[in-house]
Design a protein around this ligand. Structure first.
Ligand code: AMP
Ligand code: MG
Length: 428
């Protein structure tokens, strides 16, 4: 039995040693949620020209020392216009009307917002007939973004190993990448065990339950960037369980649920032991999910490797997750997710806890770090959190009502209402 932190670090250490699969090229939008196998570089300066961020007038800031100032309007630049150098220049005492997104004309060094100006119309018939009154001064550089201030041409904008989200998609689009290189999704076998577990299309007998874990796990696997391979349900019987475990070890990662507790028919560890598994932890000081198991099969030196014939068999990691549906979900998030992300080629992500005020007192026992389903609510900045009423780690309905977990340190017996507590948000 290890502490939560030690268990998590063990997974992270092993995850640091795995390599992602092959690289494939996909259309940009198909890359959403995929992990980049290439860095995305700025193809030119960003912005590519000094870009106005306000509608107003491009000015020489030194012309606005005596206010209000009158400036001669010598032209207009709208977004998409390219002011030809020399032809459209802002000279002393001059200005050009400018729109948001337009390039700053030569000679000007700031933009004054239109709100601080009023046009003055002179009598008709004059060639340069427009004047503007400016009521506010500006400092050099105000209201435009200098060329290259966001990124220089050739600069790395998205790193290999980053998972593409909408912001990443925007960046790839802005540099003209219609297709992106991503890593193949790791194939993650999901194996539910238990004599009482039946397929979801079946009509369960009085003591049978439907296999919800294979589905929650498959959803979590997809959400973490993997491809789930749902295997048949394994009964609590050695032979069949072993066959299915061997099948699962053909994938990049194997997730088992059920059969890891201390019961007479909890055979998962025994069968994995027969397959000469190495266990990194069997049990973590957490609730829910205490019986969670992490290990690997294979990867030892091959008997013939000295003669250069067979390469050593590939090491395959597995997690034995407890069968109680909430335990399965929680232990996946805490331990299996970082391994899937690593197999998907992602740079390691830290587990981030937020803070919120507890609505009402919690009493519990010491000894385990607890991740209790909870509801965080409250409008705007007034986040408050309250435990979801639950009947223990089998209560998937309570989990469905929750949107986060309250994290209770192992040394706390009582946490009062109004105290700040740590939260782990529930991911998709
Ligand atoms: P176990 O970890 O095998 O002792 O199972 C703990 C509890 O989880 C038992 O009540 C099981 O019936 C339930 N359970 C096990 N596997 C599943 C599954 N695939 N789907 C839903 N519940 C399960
Ligand atoms: Mg069982």
């Amino acid at each position: 039995m290890v502490s939560f932190e030690d268990a998590r670090h063990l997974v992270e250490q092993h995850a640091a040693g795995v390599s992602p699969g092959e690289v494939e090229t996909v259309d940009l939008l198909a890359g959403l949620g995929r992990v980049l196998a290439e860095g995305i570089l700025a193809d030119r300066d960003f912005p590519p020209f000094a870009r106005a961020t306000r509608d107003g007038y491009a000015v020489r800031s030194e012309d606005l020392t005596d206010l209000p100032a009158r400036l001669e309007v010598v032209g207009e630049v709208k977004a998409g216009d390219w002011p030809e150098p020399g032809v459209r220049l802002v000279g002393s005492g001059q200005t050009m009307a400018i729109m948001t997104g337009a390039p700053l004309p030569a000679g000007s060094d700031a933009v004054v917002m239109v709100e601080h100006t009023s046009p003055i119309r002179e009598s008709a018939g004059r060639s340069v007939g427009k004047l503007v009154e400016v009521r506010r001064g500006v400092s050099v550089g105000e209201n435009f973004v200098p060329r290259g201030a966001e990124a220089r041409a050739g600069q790395l904008l998205l790193d290999r190993g980053q998972r593409l989200d909408h912001a990443g998609i925007a960046i790839a689009a802005s540099v003209g990448k219609g297709r992106v290189q991503v890593f193949r999704k790791p194939r993650v076998a999901v194996l539910s065990t238990g004599d009482e577990v039946v397929e979801i299309g079946a009509t369960p007998g009085p003591a049978q339950i439907r296999n919800s874990n294979s589905y929650s796990l498959a959803a979590q696997v997809q959400n973490a960037g993997g491809e789930a391979v749902r295997l048949a349900i394994a009964p609590d019987e050695r032979g069949r369980l072993r066959t299915l475990i061997e099948e699962g070890l053909g994938c990049d990662l194997l997730l088992l649920t059920g059969g890891v507790s201390m019961g007479k028919y909890d055979l998962v560890e025994q069968v994995l032991g027969e397959l000469t598994a190495e266990f990194y932890f069997t049990g973590a000081e957490i609730q829910p999910g205490r019986p969670v198991v992490f290990g690997s099969c294979g990867g030892g030196s091959s008997t013939r490797s000295g003669r250069g014939e067979d390469p050593p068999p590939h090491k395959k990691y597995f997690f034995g997750l407890p069968g109680n549906p909430v335990s399965t979900v929680v232990t996946f998030e805490l331990f299996a997710r970082p391994m899937i992300e690593a197999l998907a080629g992602m740079t390691p992500q830290q587990l981030i806890f937020l803070r919120a005020r507890l609505k009402s007192e919690i009493r519990t026992k010491t000894g385990l770090k607890r991740f209790l389903p909870a509801v965080v609510s409250g409008e705007f900045e007034n986040a408050e959190v309250e435990l979801a009423r639950w009947q223990g780690s089998g209560d998937i309905a309570a989990l469905a009502r929750a949107n986060c977990y309250v994290v209770i340190p192992p040394d706390r017996e009582r946490i009062e209402g109004g105290e700040w507590v740590s939260l782990l948000m529930r991911s998709g």
